[in-house]
Design a protein around this ligand. Structure first.
Ligand code: ZN
Ligand code: MN
Length: 488
């Protein structure tokens, strides 16, 4: 036990998510739809920080943030103001970021929340210390790795985009738990319809990690929940390695290099910033009334936990399946659209859980990045139910659908995959299989396993298209006939 505690890993996360459903930035009316746009086109004196330009708070952003705070079980502050977080960096044209602060008389938008995550069938409470609003800095573009790039380009289209910052206590004990937490957070924010995690850079994460009660190291620039597990695993390995060699883990901030999959020193303790926080007096204090909170509560959509329960009771699918589907809003929506088209929730759930998810996982794809639609999946399941194709062919066709978006029937016709249900055709193939395997036929008279072998041979001959029941029946009939005649 002692060594388990000594090796204890403590991880706290600081997550920045863009409120991607907002049409405009946090403090000006510039469009927030910056992806794929020419650099530095969606800017104005406010997001450029021209002296004299005055920020105006986006009310919808407060609404969304309050919604998130309620879903994260937080206490919402009734009166607060913004702070200037001062630092000089090329991504910040004003030389300060408008943010919130929990000292010097400041309070964040919300505090003291929590989220439950399920790890190995155990419920675990992860405390959330604060949730606040702040503006996104601009985007720095490097040529290759950050420490080798000959120059830095800066695009201010992103400067001023509304960010929701969520900070957890160090309650996570493994990289996997961190990933599960992020996934759950993403699902909640997507269910609230304030966030689309499929957008590049919409969710970014910094992590504090310490092992065995040692020094805390901060890792910055983790770009998605897919990366978090990798980045943390690397950092834990690095720290353990230092400890084993009897070296000290330095207090520092490190940068996650996604391409090389390593963390690099960004700055040491001596270089830590003093942000000289002070109130942003260009903005009036925000007062959040109970009426406002109640109004937000009234428009809150169904949250993941309620949806999981509904999936179990309404569709009668296993809890595990419900949890996996709802962990990703796109998957859960896809499932419900399928069920609407064809009321076979169990079959639809099974196809999604096994073949569809496996394909997406193996190809590192998210559902919306693939070409499959609910209509596709439903048509394929119907073809199986109607006996047009076998389940085996279904498994073959599915990746083709996902990849190309072609209709199942089209693939089946073009590739000649329709199930062979004609007795005549199958009998001919059985003749051939029997002729090619005389020894097996003899063994099959007494050995059940060899009967299966013969069925397998027939399936192979038909490339899996034979109706398995009929194939079995014909082979057994043939064997009976041989038996009746007596051994040759
Ligand atoms: Zn602007
Ligand atoms: Mn921040």
């Amino acid at each position: 036990m002692g060594s388990a505690i000594q090796n204890r890993i403590l991880i706290g996360l600081e997550i920045h998510t863009q409120l991607t459903s907002l049409k405009t930035k946090l403090f000006c009316s510039c469009s927030s739809d910056y992806r794929g746009k020419d650099p530095n086109m969606l800017v104005c004196p406010v997001c450029f920080g021209i002296p004299g330009a005055l920020p105006v708070l986006n009310k919808k952003a407060v609404e969304f943030a309050v919604m998130a705070a309620i879903a994260l079980n937080c206490k919402i502050s009734k009166r607060m103001f913004f702070f200037r977080k001062n630092y000089y960096y090329p991504d910040m044209p004003k030389n300060f970021q408008i943010s919130q602060y929990d000292r010097a008389g400041g309070v964040p938008l919300a505090v003291d929340g929590f989220l439950h995550i399920d790890v190995k069938r155990k419920r675990k409470k992860i405390r959330i210390s604060r949730v606040h609003l702040e503006e996104d800095p601009g985007r720095l573009v490097h040529l290759g790795p950050i420490d080798q790039s000959p120059y830095t380009l800066v695009d201010y289209n992103r400067a001023g985009i509304a960010l929701l910052e969520v900070v957890t206590d160090p309650d996570l004990n493994s990289p996997k738990e961190a990933r599960i937490f992020l996934q759950k957070l993403r699902s909640i924010l997507e269910h609230l319809e304030i966030f689309d995690g499929g957008l590049e850079g919409a969710m970014r994460c910094d992590a504090n990690i310490s092992i065995a009660g040692g020094t805390r190291v901060e890792v910055k620039n983790i770009s998605s929940f897919k990366e978090v597990e990798r980045a943390l695993s690397f950092e834990i390995m690095r720290q353990k390695d230092l400890v084993e060699k009897g070296l000290a883990v330095e207090r520092e901030t490190r940068h996650w290099d996604e391409t090389r999959r390593i963390t690099l020193t960004l700055r040491t303790k001596e270089e830590e910033h003093d942000y000289r926080y002070f109130p942003e007096l260009d903005l009036v204090p925000i007062v959040i009334t109970n009426d406002f909170i109640e109004g937000v509560k009234d428009q809150m959509p169904e949250l993941p936990e309620a949806r999981i329960q509904r999936f179990i009771t309404t569709y009668n699918i296993p809890q595990y399946n419900a949890e996996v589907l709802v962990s990703d809003k796109a998957l859960a929506d896809f499932f419900e659209r399928c069920v609407k088209l064809y009321n076979k929730p169990k079959e639809i759930g099974n196809w999604m859980m096994s073949d569809l998810l496996r394909y997406l996982y193996e190809n590192n794809l998210e559902l919306p990045e693939s070409k499959i639609t609910p209509e596709h999946l439903v048509e394929m399941i119907r073809l199986i139910d109607d006996g047009v194709i076998s389940g085996k062919i279904g498994k073959k066709v599915l990746p083709e659908i996902i990849l190309t978006g072609r209709l199942p029937m089209q693939i089946i016709e073009e590739e000649g995959l329709v199930k062979v249900t004609s007795r005549e055709t199958l009998e001919k193939i059985v003749d051939r299989v029997f002729a090619e395997n005389p020894k097996a036929v003899e063994d099959a008279l007494t050995d059940e396993k060899t009967v299966h072998f013969l069925v397998g041979q027939l399936m192979k001959e038909t490339k899996g298209k034979a109706d398995p029941q009929l194939a079995n029946q014909i082979i057994r009939e043939r064997l009976e006939i041989i038996k009746a005649k007596g051994r040759p």
